[in-house]
Design a protein around this ligand. Structure first.
Ligand code: IMP
Ligand code: MG
Length: 179
């Protein structure tokens, strides 16, 4: 598996340190609020788990699953809700947890979809941000790291459902996905 990685961008140590910083900021900002942390499956699970462990204020946890990429490295622009929230979010302060924001199409669609439910607030935290490829106008409040425009895998992030279990974030060798 590791032989398919061109370059390690962030080690597990670097990731956990940065995630702790994000969680500290979030804990400050959401003091006295009605926080619901919503992990976007499946890519955000490792990040969400690490983040939640470090949040020091009360929070609920929920998950949504959307499909954006299918099995290819190209965005389809089509977003489908595969799993919706378990609970009513009216009046709550929602924090969407994403693995990586690329074009921004997936999250701007999700935001529009959730805004109809009268949450008190909806913000986004993303472990990684690929600003170079952004097409949607999207406000990502908390960002772990900026990444270059390569195909990123690891720490929950996949290529064709593989590499999620790598404990670090790296760039996949182009020959792996251009095959
Ligand atoms: P967007 O709609 O283009 O912002 O894409 C959002 C989703 O595409 C992310 O949540 C990821 O699941 C996936 N994605 C975007 N870039 C990458 C990448 O470099 N590697 C793996 N998945 C990615
Ligand atoms: Mg995702």
């Amino acid at each position: 598996m590791k032989e398919d990685i061109q370059e390690i961008l962030f080690s597990e140590e670097v990731l956990t340190k940065r995630i702790k910083e994000l969680a500290d900021g979030i804990s400050k900002d959401y003091k006295g609020k009605d926080l619901v942390v919503v992990g976007i499956l499946k890519g955000s699970v490792i990040f969400a788990a690490e983040l939640i462990k470090n949040i020091s204020v009360h929070c609920e946890i929920d998950f949504m699953a959307v499909s954006s990429y299918g099995n290819s490295a190209q965005t389809s622009g089509v977003v489908r809700i595969l799993k919706d929230l378990d609970h009513n979010i009216e009046g709550k302060d929602i924090l969407l947890v994403e693995d990586i924001v690329d074009t921004g199409v997936t999250l701007s669609y999700l935001l529009k979809y959730l805004k109809a439910r009268k949450a008190n607030s909806i913000e986004i935290v993303s472990l990684l941000n690929k600003q170079a490829r952004r097409v949607a106008d999207l406000d990502v409040k908390y960002i772990g790291f900026e990444v270059p425009d390569g195909f990123i895998v690891g720490y929950g992030i996949d290529y064709a459902e593989k590499y999620r279990n790598l404990p670090f974030v790296g760039i996949l060798k182009p020959e792996v996905y251009k095959k």
